[in-house]
Design a protein around this ligand. Structure first.
Ligand code: GLU
Length: 548
């Protein structure tokens, strides 16, 4: 009713739209998936996780994966939000086929891919629902709805706009005609034929069989600003864009009965739905969803800033999605992750717990597998943005950096002290004199096990025989000899048996040298550190050990 009064002129007919967006010509079994963020200026890591799942599912079946910007809620829109979305997919290497593949331009034959540019399309179907008495204009004000809610609370009935409580559903044609003629503001509601006492059963590709009460709510499908709500918009878009699999966050699970009803009312085939459980974290002994408000790690920015290599994040998220990925990775250590057959029914039904220890582990292995040149390039890219001072040192001294990153490369156990680039300064900063000068070194631990008066003697004896060409073993033999000559044991076990006989042991002497060179008692193999630093710098730092 009133379809033509409300929409006297439509830009398209249904037939034209069907022809404009024909069935896709794809191989049998190909899946069409989409990611549909709202441009809120915040990219949740869960959004990237969902996108990765959608992208894999589409591409591993020879299908299509597209980006649709869901911006019908204009109040939530933030300038620059598209860039955050598009850049995130680019950064994560999540390949889009259609939509805003590159910032500012759309690609693909099923557009526009931004909902606010599709108002004239939605109107065709809202008109259709009105004409079939499956929708009606609603003139209730915010106050009316507030009053309804209070009334329902008082008489303890299910809240919402349905059945006898759906005031405008029961208005006479005259009343509606008068309201429309008077220019009274209205929205349009779906006229549900559902019965809450009946059940709807649907197969969710991730959750399995869902059995829920039918929807009987007359939800809003078109707002006063002329744009549709998510419910209607997604149905129209997923139909016309020929989506086969609607894989989305499980916050939409309760809306399934409504969405099924919308598809049926519009006479369309219902796509396969799959609801992805959110990424969770532990808080005390309980789990909860990563929160945009409370958890910095909910935002992709956090991962950029911490400098986790993207491949590590991708691998980690695949692990979260399909726990058998880990075994697959062990048996396919160098295979592209795109070869892994991601399966929807292996995705967990309950939240995936984000485990930073595991992420760090994956990340360490990935960084450990980089050549010095790769390590240099990746870390420099990060440092340019997040630690420009270190970046400028690195740029000025590339060869020095390559030598640093080469330390312990050939060892049986490759060096794995870096799990993210935010650790870079701590890991290599001390190699650069200007950065080293900024460190405030805590000598107390060194001099708690080594007599400070011995320091200059140990250093000068060490330097007398130091030869950068020595092997690691020869270097250590010399260090032991220096220790012994000053009354320190060259054997920790021996020292522990009879500590009274010695001033300390060779480990204490090594610690003195290590702290003098690295500013802390942790570094890769000291003989290699010295060789890379060069004899001049080594000498200078050792001689700068504070004297009493
Ligand atoms: N715009 C919706 C959201 O951001 C998308 C849900 C969907 O994928 O259908 O939650």
């Amino acid at each position: 009713m009133f379809a033509d009064d409300i929409f006297p002129k439509l830009e398209f007919t249904e037939e034209e739209l069907e022809a404009k967006y024909p069935a896709r010509q794809l191989p049998a079994g190909a899946m069409v998936t989409r990611i549909c963020p709202s441009p809120t200026g915040f990219m949740h890591i869960g959004g990237v996780y969902a996108a990765l799942i959608c992208e894999r599912i589409a591409h591993q079946t020879g299908g299509v994966f597209y980006l649709r910007i869901e911006d019908t809620d204009r109040k939530r829109e933030v300038a620059g939000a598209d860039a955050i979305i598009v850049n995130a997919f680019n950064a994560f290497g999540i390949q889009l086929d259609e939509g805003e593949v590159t910032l500012g331009t759309e690609q693909g034959a099923y557009g526009p891919y931004r909902q606010s540019n599709r108002g004239n399309i939605y109107d065709v179907y809202i008109h259709k629902l009105l004409a079939q008495d499956l929708a009606y204009p609603c003139f209730c004000s915010v106050e009316d709805l507030d009053e309804l809610r209070k009334r329902q609370e008082a008489i303890k009935v299910r809240p919402g706009y349905y059945g006898e409580y759906a005031t405008c559903r029961h208005r006479s044609a005259d009343e509606v005609a008068n309201f429309l003629a008077s220019g009274k503001e209205y929205i349009i509601r779906f006229k549900s034929r559902g019965d809450y006492s009946k059940r709807v059963v649907i197969e969710d590709a991730i959750r399995g069989t869902l059995n829920m009460p039918e929807n009987d709510q007359d939800i809003i499908i078109r707002k006063a600003d002329g744009l549709p709500t998510y419910h209607l918009a997604h149905a129209v878009d997923d139909h016309l864009m020929r989506t086969t699999h609607v894989l989305r966050a499980d916050e939409w699970l309760p809306s399934i009965p409504l969405h099924v009803q919308l598809f049926q009312s519009l006479g369309w085939q219902i796509p396969v739905y799959g609801h992805i459980a959110p990424i969770e974290k532990m808080e005390g002994s309980s789990r909860r969803k990563l929160s945009k408000r409370k958890d910095p790690e909910a935002s992709v920015e956090f991962y950029y800033k911490e400098g986790y290599p993207i491949p590590a994040l991708v691998e980690y998220m695949l692990n979260l999605a399909n726990s058998n990925f880990e075994d697959w990775r062990v048996s396919h250590p160098t295979t592209d992750y795109k070869e892994f057959p991601l399966s929807l029914d292996r995705i967990g039904k309950s939240g995936a717990l984000f485990d930073f220890v595991k992420l760090a582990n994956i990340s360490q292995n990935i960084i450990g597998s980089y050549t010095p040149e790769e390590t240099y390039q990746h870390s420099l890219t990060w440092a340019k943005q997040y630690d420009p001072e270190l970046a400028s040192e690195m740029e000025q001294q590339k060869d020095y950096c390559l030598a640093i990153f080469n330390i312990e490369r050939e060892a049986v156990k490759t060096r794995k002290d870096l799990s993210k680039w935010a650790d870079l300064r701590n890991s290599i900063g001390y190699f650069f004199d200007t950065e080293f000068a900024k460190l405030s070194i805590d000598w107390s631990e060194v001099f708690s096990s080594l007599d400070q008066k011995d320091a200059p003697i140990l250093v000068s004896k060490f330097l007398e025989t130091y030869d950068p060409a020595d092997t690691k073993e020869a270097w250590f033999e010399k260090l032991k000899a220096v220790a012994v000559s000053c009354g320190y044991s060259d054997n920790i076990k021996e020292y522990k048996k009879d500590p009274g006989t010695f001033k300390g042991h060779v480990g204490d002497v090594a610690k003195l040298l290590r702290v003098a060179l690295a500013g802390k008692n942790q570094s890769p193999d000291l003989s290699e550190v010295m060789r890379v630093m060069g004899t001049d710098r080594t000498t200078q730092r050792l001689q700068a050990i504070p004297n009493m």
